[in-house]
Design a protein around this ligand. Sequence first.
Ligand SMILES: Cc1cc2nc3c(=O)[nH]c(=O)nc-3n(C[C@H](O)[C@H](O)[C@H](O)COP(=O)(O)OP(=O)(O)OC[C@H]3O[C@@H](n4cnc5c(N)ncnc54)[C@H](O)[C@@H]3O)c2cc1C
Length: 416
Amino acid sequence: MTADKPIFDPAQWQLSEQQARLGAMARELGQSRFAERAAHYDRHATFPTENFRDLHDAGLLGICIPEEQGGHGADLKTYMLTAAEIGRYCGATALTFNMHVSSCLWTGPLADDLELPADVRESLEAGRSRHYRRIIEQGAIYAQPFSEGGAAAAGKVAFGTTATRTEGGWLINGKKIFASLSGHANYYGALCTELKDKDDTPSRRNTMYVAVPADAQGVRIEGEWDPLGMRGTVSRTLIFDNVFVDSEALLMPRGVYFSAAKQWPHMFMTLTPSYMGIAQAAYDFTVAYLRGEMPGTPPVKRRMYPTKQLAVAQMRIMLEQTKSLWFQSINEAKCSPDRESLIRAWSAQYTVMENANEIAQLAIRTCGGQAMLRSLHLERLYRDSRCGALMLPWTAELCMDMIGKAALYEDGESDE
Ligand SMILES: Cc1cc2nc3c(=O)[nH]c(=O)nc-3n(C[C@H](O)[C@H](O)[C@H](O)COP(=O)(O)OP(=O)(O)OC[C@H]3O[C@@H](n4cnc5c(N)ncnc54)[C@H](O)[C@@H]3O)c2cc1C
């Protein structure tokens, strides 16, 4: 099998040695193992357990865990580039990998950038070491259930899932929808609102980020999972019914998640690499198909027709635009970005999520009827790609809202 070329060539995009190395590792795993398993997970809407085992064996479950604690010590950009390579071969694996890695990014590289009092920093470090050990030593998998079906996941109101103080810890109550990895994660990294007692008024400032053990009493998974795309994510409904957690369950000390989410908005771009990978895969499929080189199809060339050449040119331009904007945005990502950088991040998010689907639909139109048969993977790319624009808090619509407002209003301006 000829090895696929990187999405971002290390020399041309001036990647670090670590970025090139981790990208190559992910690509190799993706091409040699994930690609052939993807159809099964998609068809049966089952979780990519074997892929997660491979990711653990390769040390990639700890990609963002510091090197001195057994991980690769990758920063946000390095993680994004690596995850995009996985997305080329199995979108659902890349998306669930993202949910897992987010637990390390929030608590690690992002939290390291925050100004925190010494005692809070100390408790952050003690807490995260515990979680990191579980990931490195036991291959523990973390999910990231934030969504509740209301405005909380968009960052507009406090989470309806609550953590009420009780002796020795908290009682967690609530419901999370679209909880990817449900039934397969070892811990659910849930966002909830801390309440001193049942009469306390919920506030976003009191958001807690808690690792609820999957086997804790009161954790339940409900509903079926039979969606259009990203079927291997197994994003069912999670119920917390009076689940007791002690202080060891805190992924971040109280109050830290609220600051991190405010100061590190680029973190929400971590949902994009899966779709960056899908965009590349849909383009690669089209080129191979038109050249008569797609495995499993007769070696019929279609590249000589001018309409095909034009269509591929259109797809390539769109792919280059998407890659460039995305790369610039992850390159400049930092704590407390200015307005211009933030507008670019929303634009990049919008562009990846919408263009991945546009490129996939052009691929189907261009390759034609045989290419949309389920025996090939293009139709899966098309279905998976449609899911990106729906992901909160930065859905395509919300990105447009935010870009428009930020472009027209300076901070604090109104028309009153
Ligand atoms: C494959 C997949 C996997 C997922 N995995 C996870 C996961 O692991 N964890 C998790 O927490 N969530 C996950 N989600 C959920 C996702 O992030 C969204 O929460 C979910 O798609 C929202 O669906 P909804 O119908 O409740 O959207 P709604 O909140 O009803 O929004 C519908 C649309 O209205 C718009 N909208 C929403 N709020 C506003 C607003 N305040 N102002 C203006 N417009 C608004 C948005 O454009 C949105 O697309 C996943 C979703 C998918 C598709």
